[in-house]
Design a protein. Structure first.
Lengths: 326, 510
């Protein structure tokens, strides 16, 4: 009998303490995993916002930005999110899910095309190179990646599950004429096609390959936090493509006022942490950038028809997967 | 009372297994299945699933057969140690195998450092096959060696005396009698590789190396396309059933029990070449298993990794394991108490179905249930899923012991007027107590290491040790993954060792 009571007490003490019922007075924020991760800006922003306003923020990680949107659609009426941070600009998004509001800093944002999907940061896609790895010279163009010398030398990301992967798809659509052959060769050359940017970048940092698809701003993290400037974003001859990420307030949210305050915070005081820890260009052009941003490349950014890409994303993905398994 | 417990167990099993499975499969759609079978990419995925399972099985057989001969024919000092080492892959969670492979065989892993050059091995077809062989060659070695050891060798000895060559003796006398064990081990290995998940997810190289299970996971948890995930699950289950059916068609080998007359030959009495080959095989096979696991420990000895240790993940894992194991042994022992007298019980076969069912598909069913507005916490669903998934292992452990209760003891108690419930409580339960404890511990270890179904069900804020390892690998925190992995290895090893001690003590007692 005593043993049973002791066992029962052990079980009770182990009851999942992390599963506190989500405080209905907290703001529930869905975001992608690198935003909430150890190296992301999320925890710091949530803490500072709570200290300033008393509003508690629950950050709920949803893997990549593609999964973030899929989760919203799947959960439908059961979705508990008030705010969503990290919606990509490369997929079709139903704006009816979101609430219309106008941030006070609207005129300071790098672009403003919708009252529902507000950009909070933007980036330029680039391959990042580990300059300490002397096994290959740094490529100078997308076309170079199809050369034999780059066999097993770079890591890609799956466009079906990641906005970074979709970014390379868009980039190649813009710049590569012999699209099918290039992708066939590049997929053959790639060391691996990871599910998410986090996994791909992690493999890169583990020196599994000297190149990875990422952003021109990725080296900032290493310069600021590790005092390392060996990771270099490469400027390609064809030019580059840019991407924006959005935050939005859910139409169903019954804490819209709190949600607006948090979003305003992200778009103003939070922009410096976005620049430092999310390592993307802050959407607010008045943000003072860290000195390390001065060392970044400023490649030619191609003007692309995002609407056309979004309309055709599904067929482009089908085309890509067929090339991947040829 | 016995019957009441039995009915409760059957109901519990049905609710915990068949209902989620029905939910998973009922979301399938004929039109979607047709689309899948016409989709170039998914056809490739299905074909690749079969291809890698077949190649893995064949290579596991080729690697395991020599081991089975050694274990059944050669007497050497470290026989028991080698057998224990061969059990490691069986109890090691797949996510740890994956982690061990990354740490040991990675481009900048331990082997690269030893060889002084980068090796390109991971994220490829050969890495997937190598990891599957790691898991499965010991299964072949153990299953076939047990059968080989039980054969009556006098037939072979007579043939040898008549001057028949060893090759012909093996081909025409030994092999037909070994065939059932070889085929059953191959089918088991094929099914394990067919439903492989963590290995493909991490060690595969992208869309060209994806399997049905990985696609089911991605469709349900990343793109939330439940009808497509469910339709793919139907294809997966049907394929597994066809494989098992084909096995039963080909299983025409002799099943007669033989009087074993095998005497092991001491290693020192073998010819020099044979002895050398045996030693090389034992060293290489042991290192193949042990080195990746050691790599996890080596990489975790880093003070930086200590801050990655998550007490919450450990406590969640122990919580789920503690309760789910009770469920497993409750279901198994209640059913055992009724079927013990029936040697070929249909019910015991039905209870084995979770072993053949993909934990990803069952996890999909629980995930669909979690999406209803039932307010059931995800950790409760995880506990229930683990409970039913591990009940076949509990049954396999408890039933033989239950059946060994001396019949005359029960009859004597019945003649003395004891009620059925008294006999159950005061005679049967004490008799099987050790097997209950060892089955509990085995299910505990299995639950601690279970990733697939947990990954399908858990919401982002619920972590167990395997989930945390998987997330850390995905987020390039290998030191942290190794630290958590070391804890899991120690926990699994300790629990498994304890369950074996209790089992051995039980067999000494009887």
């Amino acid at each position: 009998m005593k043993k049973s009571l002791v066992l029962f007490a052990i079980i009770l003490s182990l009851f999942p303490s992390c599963k506190k019922p989500i405080n209905k007075k907290s703001l529930n924020v869905y975001c992608y995993d690198s935003f909430t991760g150890d190296y992301g800006p999320g925890e710091k922003l949530a803490r500072e916002f709570e200290e300033e306003t008393g509003i508690h923020v629950n950050l709920i990680s949803c893997a990549g930005s593609v999964q973030l949107y899929s989760k919203l659609l799947f959960e439908g009426d059961k979705c508990i999110a008030d705010v969503v941070i990290g919606l990509p600009d490369s997929i079709k998004i139903d704006e009816n899910l979101f609430y219309s509001w106008i941030p006070t800093c609207k005129d300071d944002l790098v672009s403003y095309n919708s009252d529902k999907l507000i950009p909070f940061n933007y980036g330029v896609f680039a391959f990042v190179f580990n300059s300490e790895n002397k096994s290959v010279p740094a490529p100078t163009s997308l076309k170079d990646l199809a050369e034999d010398i780059y066999k097993d030398k770079f890591i890609l990301v799956d466009p079906r599950t990641s906005s970074v992967g979709l970014g390379l798809l868009k980039w190649s659509k813009e710049c590569i004429e012999d699209y099918d052959n290039w992708w066939s060769k590049v997929l053959d050359n790639a060391l691996t096609v990871a599910d998410s940017w986090s996994t791909a970048y992690g493999l890169f940092l583990e020196n599994e390959a000297p190149l990875v698809i990422s952003y021109t701003t990725s080296p900032v993290y290493h310069i600021e936090n590790e005092n390392k400037d060996v990771y270099k974003a490469l400027e390609f001859k064809e030019g580059h493509v840019a991407t924006e990420e959005y935050l939005a307030i859910m139409q169903k949210s019954n804490q819209k006022e709190e949600a607006e305050r948090f979003c305003e915070y992200i778009l103003t005081k939070g922009q410096k942490d976005i620049a430092l820890s999310n390592t993307m260009y802050p959407a607010n052009i008045n943000t003072e950038l860290p000195a390390s941003y001065n060392t970044l490349i400023n490649p030619v950014v191609l003007k692309t028809d995002n609407k056309e890409f979004i309309e055709n994303t599904d067929s482009y993905l089908t085309e890509w997967t067929n090339l991947a398994v040829k | 009372m016995r019957k009441a417990l039995f009915i409760v167990s059957i109901l519990l099993f049905s609710i915990l297994f068949f209902i989620p499975l029905i939910y998973a499969l009922s979301n399938a759609d004929i039109a979607v299945i047709s689309d899948i079978l016409n989709d170039n990419y998914l056809k490739h995925v299905i074909a690749f699933t079969f291809k890698q399972a077949l190649i893995s099985s064949i290579i596991s057989l080729a690697v395991g057969l020599p081991g089975s001969w050694i274990l059944s024919h050669i007497d050497f000092k470290l026989n028991k140690t080698i057998k224990t080492i061969y059990y490691i892959p069986y109890v090691l969670p797949s996510i740890l195998v994956v982690l061990g492979f990354v740490i040991f065989y990675g481009n900048t892993g331990i082997l690269s450092k030893i060889l002084g050059r980068n090796i390109h091995f991971l994220y490829s077809f050969k890495a997937v096959i190598a990891a599957h062989v790691f898991f499965n060659f010991p299964i072949v070695a153990n299953i076939v060696s047990e059968k080989w050891q039980s054969l009556d060798n006098s037939i072979e000895d007579e043939a040898r005396c008549s001057g028949v060559s060893e090759f012909l003796i093996f081909k025409q006398i030994t092999l037909p009698r070994l065939r059932p064990a070889i085929i059953s081990s191959m089918i088991l290995v094929f099914l394990f590789c067919f439903t492989s998940f963590a290995i493909i997810l991490v060690l595969g190289g992208g869309p060209s190396l994806s399997t049905i299970e990985v696609e089911i996971y991605k469709l349900s948890r990343i793109t939330f396309n439940i009808p497509k995930a469910a339709s793919l699950s139907v294809i997966s289950l049907l394929s597994a059933l066809i494989i098992v059916f084909l096995y039963s068609l080909f299983d025409y080998g002799t099943h007669t029990e033989e009087n074993s007359s095998s005497v092991k030959v001491p290693l020192r009495k073998l010819s020099d070449i044979k002895r050398l080959l045996v030693i090389i095989y034992l060293i290489v096979s042991t290192l193949y298993i042990v080195l990746p696991v050691l790599g996890i420990f080596v990489r975790s000895f880093d003070f930086d990794s200590l801050h990655s240790l998550s007490i919450t993940a450990v406590s969640n894992t122990v919580f789920c394991a503690l309760i789910s194991s009770f469920i497993s042994i409750f279901i198994a022992s209640s059913i055992c108490s009724v079927i013990k007298d029936n040697n070929k019980s249909l019910l015991s076969s039905v209870l084995m179905i979770p072993m053949a069912t993909s934990s990803i598909i069952l996890g999909l069913g629980y995930f669909i249930i979690s999406s209803f507005n039932l307010q059931i916490p995800d950790y409760i669903l995880i506990v229930l899923c683990h409970g039913v998934l591990n009940s076949p292992y509990a049954l396999r452990s408890i039933l033989p012991v239950y059946r060994s209760i001396p019949r005359d003891t029960i009859q004597a108690a019945e003649l003395d007027g004891y009620s059925d419930f008294s006999i159950f409580l005061r005679l049967e339960i004490p008799y099987i107590k050790s097997s209950l404890v060892s089955a509990y511990m085995f299910c505990f270890a299995l639950s601690c290491g279970e990733l697939n179904s947990t990954l399908m069900i858990a919401k982002s804020d619920f972590l167990t040790i395997p989930l945390q390892i998987q997330r850390m690998i995905a987020a390039y925190n290998y030191k942290g993954a190794c630290a958590m992995g070391s804890i899991l290895v120690i926990m699994s090893a300790a629990i498994f060792a304890l369950s074996q001690i209790i089992k051995d003590r039980r067999s000494d007692y009887s």
